[in-house]
Design a protein around this ligand. Structure first.
Ligand SMILES: *[C@@H]1O[C@H](CO)[C@@H](O)[C@H](O)[C@H]1NC(C)=O
Ligand SMILES: *[C@@H]1O[C@H](CO)[C@@H](O)[C@H](O)[C@H]1NC(C)=O
Ligand SMILES: *[C@@H]1O[C@H](CO)[C@@H](O)[C@H](O)[C@H]1NC(C)=O
Ligand SMILES: *[C@@H]1O[C@H](CO)[C@@H](O)[C@H](O)[C@H]1NC(C)=O
Ligand SMILES: *[C@@H]1O[C@H](CO)[C@@H](O)[C@H](O)[C@H]1NC(C)=O
Ligand SMILES: *[C@@H]1O[C@H](CO)[C@@H](O)[C@H](O)[C@H]1NC(C)=O
Ligand SMILES: [Zn+2]
Length: 444
């Protein structure tokens, strides 16, 4: 009894001493977050991937990771960086748009629109820097923007015209990462590759070209780990390799053409964002919502049409002012065509995040991770909490749960972690009913 009482006292004292710098900067572990865009969860199952296999044997691998909806690049990457569902961070599309003027900006230009990104959720770069860490971004979505006037300490921004598959460029970016960790002493870097997404779109996820680019990704993982060893970072650097979404083969029969739906007229719309994979955003003119809705609803067996407040809550894609009153999406394989057919990709993403082909990868290796552990699937909103824990920083409010990720960390590491804002953190992360990863296999 007495012992319990004194333990309780120590615990209370720790909680009171909460929000202070939590680790000596000198022995703080570093973190590298790598995203290979559009890496479907099972892309390594039909290609030899010796380097990814070695990494899994030496670290942690999830069976798969469920991305946020809509399963597209900028929104899903911002979920990784903030731990928030898309409706909560506000980066609801790859494209900036204004429903009053009809203006739209493509992916690349939208990277530079600060107000699009800085919509109430801070990416981990800024939070880490405010707590005394140094951070970097190489081509990572969101890395070009300013947040409350602050920006990532060091960055490379993707050139406007760019060959995504250039392996020489990949290696040079890895060399830059090593230099920033060793010479510039950064604590956290986010590194982005535009493949295998680009190849998956162009040739389709089942193509020989996709298999070839996965072999290139694997060589790159080998190169990264070799450079980490050579530079003496191995004992202090945690590496996470993940992605934003998967890839689905586009079906070319029974296609969804919104313009061909009987009695539907674009004249009833004030604004539309169509022809962007399987997702459509529509703002009907005043008084036309019910009319447009009733025409589109049940107009095609593969088309889902929702008033935004009726969208299934599991998708977390309704509660934001930027989301238009009508949200459309196609069943896996079906993209949505608007006025004209302008989409000719063989592979696409953006579909329901329940669809297996939208699931993506999560791999981790480094001093903080267990070895040879395969964990059950989890949602990508949880990655942010793990990143904050690894860096020893206090997270912003988020939608993830650190508990979901903790089984990846050895108990010694968990014990060594400081008791940061214990009570506060509990309030901030909405504990949910997501399945907890469990140890289902261990090779060492
Ligand atoms: C959209 O354009 C209108 C008209 O120019 C402007 O008043 C409004 O602020 C713009 N909205 C956004 C989000 O940029
Ligand atoms: C987010 O953007 C919307 C419009 O695009 C704007 O009305 C809102 O004020 C922004 N919120 C924050 C916190 O920046
Ligand atoms: C991109 O570069 C690679 C070589 O690095 C080359 O094989 C490929 O054809 C290039 N792609 C385009 C579209 O130029
Ligand atoms: C590939 O990248 C290297 C290094 O960034 C660059 O020098 C070269 O011009 C690129 N080649 C192509 C085909 O884009
Ligand atoms: C289209 O409009 C015509 C004339 O109002 C009507 O007779 C017909 O039922 C409508 N069709 C559909 C599918 O709504
Ligand atoms: C919707 O978002 C607002 C903040 O923009 C938040 O206060 C509210 O709780 C959210 N509602 C739901 C149902 O999530
Ligand atoms: Zn992507």
């Amino acid at each position: 009894m007495k012992m319990f009482a004194s333990l309780g006292f120590v615990f209370a004292a720790l909680s009171l001493a909460s929000c202070v710098p939590v680790q000596q900067v000198s022995n703080r572990n570093k973190v590298l977050l790598v995203s290979f865009d559009g890496f479907r969860w099972n892309y390594d199952q039909d290609v030899d991937t010796p380097n990814l296999d070695t990494m899994a044997a030496e670290g942690v691998k999830a069976q798969y990771m469920t991305p946020a909806f809509i399963t597209i690049t900028s929104p899903c990457h911002f979920t990784l960086l903030t731990g928030r569902y898309i409706e909560n961070h506000g980066v609801i599309h790859n494209m900036w748009f204004n429903t009053s003027t009809g203006m739209r900006l493509p992916y690349y230009s939208t990277q530079g629109v600060d107000s699009w990104w800085d919509n109430g959720s801070l990416p981990i770069w800024i939070t880490a820097q405010r707590q005394g860490l140094k951070t970097g971004s190489i081509y990572f979505p969101g890395g070009k923007a300013k947040y409350h006037g602050e920006e990532v300490n060091m960055k490379l921004v993707e050139p406007p015209v760019f060959n995504y598959s250039n392996e020489t460029n990949w290696r040079s970016n890895i060399d830059t990462v090593i230099e920033w960790f060793t010479v510039n002493n950064l604590d956290f870097i986010a590194l982005y590759f535009g493949e295998p997404d680009s190849t998956g779109h162009k040739y389709g996820p089942e193509s020989a070209e996709r298999k070839k680019i996965i072999a290139q990704v694997d060589r790159t993982v080998g190169y990264l780990r070799q450079r980490i060893r050579e530079s003496g970072l191995e004992s202090s650097l945690n590496v996470i390799i993940t992605s934003d979404h998967g890839m689905e083969t586009v079906l070319k029969t029974n296609e969804i053409h919104i313009g061909a739906i009987s009695n539907f007229s674009f004249k009833d719309l004030q604004f539309e964002l169509l022809d962007y994979g399987p997702v459509g955003l529509l703002l009907p003119k005043e008084g036309k919502l019910e009319h447009v809705y009733s025409l589109l609803k049940d107009s095609h067996p593969k088309l889902h049409v929702y008033k935004k407040e009726e969208l299934p809550t599991r998708l977390h894609y309704a509660n934001h002012s930027r989301i238009t009153p009508l949200v459309l999406y196609g069943d896996p394989g079906y993209v949505i065509h608007g006025r004209y057919k302008v989409q000719f990709n063989k592979g696409e993403h953006g579909f329901d995040n329940d669809a297996m082909n939208m699931k993506t990868i999560f791999r981790a290796v480094g001093p903080a991770f267990k070895k040879g552990l395969v964990v059950k699937p989890f949602e990508s909103v949880n990655v942010y909490a793990l990143l904050c824990e690894l860096l020893g920083i206090v997270p912003e409010p988020h939608d993830g749960s650190l508990e979901t990720m903790k089984p990846m960390l050895p108990s010694e590491f968990q014990a060594a972690l400081p008791e940061m804002c214990g009570e506060m953190r509990k309030d901030m992360s909405h504990e949910d009913n997501q399945p907890r990863p469990q140890r289902i296999a261990q090779s060492s």
